[in-house]
Design a protein around this ligand. Structure first.
Ligand SMILES: Nc1nc2c(c(=O)[nH]1)N=C([C@H](O)[C@H](O)COP(=O)(O)OP(=O)(O)OP(=O)(O)O)CN2
Length: 190
């Protein structure tokens, strides 16, 4: 059944309560599909040419996964060897993806040199060769997980990227060759 028909029937009380429940369970999926369709429709009408561009940076840092208020045993139980009191380190790869339309004059969504300077000055300088638990003010009071690191990096570079003319759309933070996180600013991917 098309979404507008479901919506019309719901608004007009034509849908039974079991259908209702089914509809609300499906709501997040419908919302996603619907907004994707609207944005595709708008893109076609306005002939938008959105491009996603990514800059990679690198840093290494030490950390441990640890909650002070937990016993040694509980930390060990939850975080395993990542709770080692004497720290461990990673070579992190940070991928920052910005979206936008290429500027007609430059062909750039954002100048990658500008993007690199933003990331290096505001993030890499703060974390490279540092202890994430002890040395990094923006992680103070936060568990030094890859997830939290990605979220805090977003908060730091979101506004400067906008000022440089781009729109931050994804942070990908690779912690080991097997583990990485992706963060979309709390929104649905793309
Ligand atoms: N949800 C999360 N889980 C874990 C995180 C994290 O940041 N978020 N971090 C760790 C450890 O810090 C580290 O990533 C694990 O290192 P390691 O086990 O050496 O890495 P691999 O998984 O690549 O190695 P395997 O040999 O495959 O275990 C743990 N969990």
């Amino acid at each position: 059944m098309p979404y507008f028909s479901v919506y019309f029937q719901l608004e007009n009380g034509l849908i039974s309560s079991s259908q209702n429940l089914h509809f609300f369970n499906k709501l997040p999926v419908l919302k996603r599909t619907f907004s994707a369709k609207i944005s595709n429709f708008a893109s076609n009408i306005l002939r938008l040419e959105t491009v996603y561009i990514t800059r990679r940076e690198h840093f290494n840092a030490a950390h441990k996964l640890w909650r002070e208020e937990w016993s040694d045993e509980k930390n060990e139980e939850v975080f395993g060897k990542c709770s080692n009191k004497n720290w461990h380190g990673h070579n992190f790869e940070l991928f920052v993806t910005v979206k936008g339309e290429p500027n007609p004059e430059t062909g750039f969504v954002i100048n990658l040199k500008d993007l690199s300077v933003i990331i290096k000055e505001l993030v890499i300088e703060e974390v490279d060769h540092k202890n994430l638990n002890l040395d990094v003010p923006f992680l103070k009071g936060k568990l030094a997980s890859t997830e939290n690191l990605a979220i805090e990096i977003w908060k730091i570079i979101d506004a400067p990227i906008q000022e440089a003319g781009g729109q931050l759309c994804k942070i990908k933070l690779v912690e080991t060759e097997n583990n990485y996180v992706e963060y979309f600013g709390g929104k649905e991917p793309f």
